[in-house]
Design a binder for this molecule. Structure first.
Ligand SMILES: NC(=O)c1ccc[n+]([C@@H]2O[C@H](COP(=O)([O-])OP(=O)(O)OC[C@H]3O[C@@H](n4cnc5c(N)ncnc54)[C@H](O)[C@@H]3O)[C@@H](O)[C@H]2O)c1
Length: 318
């Protein structure tokens, strides 16, 4: 799939990952139409784009807006808008159904009629559920998510695949590990930094020591992986994992945050967690993705999990 020279829609363009992707596409010379309802995204994340004459911003809600109009002249859609909060699914199951599945369905319906040829979609490691195969390859199955969020993204993958085969479109689906870096607004790093600013001597940590063990990838590596994966796609529907080759525990993350905040004396207070030490219902305990497939397309993450976390903490503190 070629991206060069094409007019590309990026949904969720005021959000964390999509704003970096839109910046990268503009830097590569693409014309970009960004859509966001600013529910979680921030206008300031688009400050670079808004002054670029190849960028058009459409403020709108993908659940209700006139998509046929917005998609006029668009061949490629990078659909990053979603509600990505895994925890939410245990309290309100409808949000992931509506914001993730229904919005994706609306985009696919409008896209098939308006000439969209290629779709880039960020899925998630959570579609694998609790696999014992580590690192987990893209062809692992059966896929049995343990969170409503994971289920919603898996449903989107299925819808996208079916539309591609029915309406002659192509898609690249990326299953991300935990993505960290500048412009993130909600994750474990923000939680720890906020708590330690309030009380520099104690840190409450959700779960049982040493916490879940997972892989983290920096947003810059994530975006370069998306571009490399799209450019190197060979199948009509191509799936790639994007993550680091290593993993780390929640305790490792706490240690880095404490070190970077230069706090000499912090006592960790583990809550014990739920369902056998998880931070929350739906939280997978172990996650490490096999990234050989994307590496075979010429991509390599510049940072491992620890470096990505350290860099992200420094970015948030700055
Ligand atoms: N952050 C991660 O670690 C991670 C991991 C795996 C997958 N993903 C996926 O990557 C994508 C981006 O995640 P993120 O962390 O950058 O999230 P984010 O919340 O920062 O960005 C999502 C953006 O979509 C917008 N949006 C949401 N619903 C909308 C709607 N109905 N209409 C228009 N705009 C809407 C929000 O305002 C926000 O700007 C999501 O699809 C998410 O599921 C993220």
């Amino acid at each position: 799939m070629k991206l060069k020279g094409r007019r590309i829609m990026v949904t969720g363009c005021a959000g964390f990952i999509a704003s970096h992707l839109a910046d990268e596409l503009l830097a590569r010379g693409n014309e970009v139409v960004g859509v966001d309802n600013l529910s979680a995204g921030k206008r300031e994340f688009m400050s670079g784009m808004l002054s670029n004459e190849r960028f058009t911003f459409v403020e709108g809600d993908l659940l209700t807006m006139d998509l046929a109009r917005a998609l006029d002249g668009i061949e490629v859609v990078c659909h990053l808008a979603a509600n990505p909060d895994v925890r939410l699914g245990a309290k309100n199951t409808h949000i992931h159904f509506e914001q993730n599945i229904e919005v994706t369905y609306r985009l696919l319906e409008a896209g098939k009629d308006s000439g969209v040829k290629d779709i880039l979609f960020p899925s998630t490691s959570t579609v694998y559920g609790e696999t014992e195969v580590m690192p987990t390859p893209e062809d692992y199955g059966p896929l049995l998510p343990i969170s409503v969020y994971g289920a919603s993204k898996l449903a989107c993958e299925a819808l996208i695949s079916s539309y591609c085969h029915t309406f002659d479109q192509n898609a690249v689906i990326y299953r991300f590990a935990n993505v960290v870096g500048t412009r993130s607004t909600h994750n474990v790093l923000h939680d720890f930094i906020r708590k330690l600013r309030e009380d520099p001597h104690h840190l409450e940590i959700l779960g049982a020591e040493p916490g879940t063990i997972k892989s983290y990838v920096h947003v810059k590596d994530c975006v370069s992986g998306m571009v490399a994966g799209a450019e190197g796609a060979r199948e009509q529907v191509e799936i790639y994992n994007i993550g680091s080759r290593d993993w780390m525990t929640v305790k490792d993350i706490a240690d880095i945050v404490v070190e970077e905040m230069r706090l000499p004396d912090v006592e960790y207070r583990w809550t014990g967690g739920v369902k056998g030490g998880r931070g929350w219902v739906g939280d997978v305990k172990k996650m490490l993705l096999a990234v050989d497939k994307l590496e075979a397309r010429g991509w390599e993450p510049k940072l491992g999990s620890r470096e990505a976390i350290r860099r992200a903490v420094q970015e948030i503190l700055a």
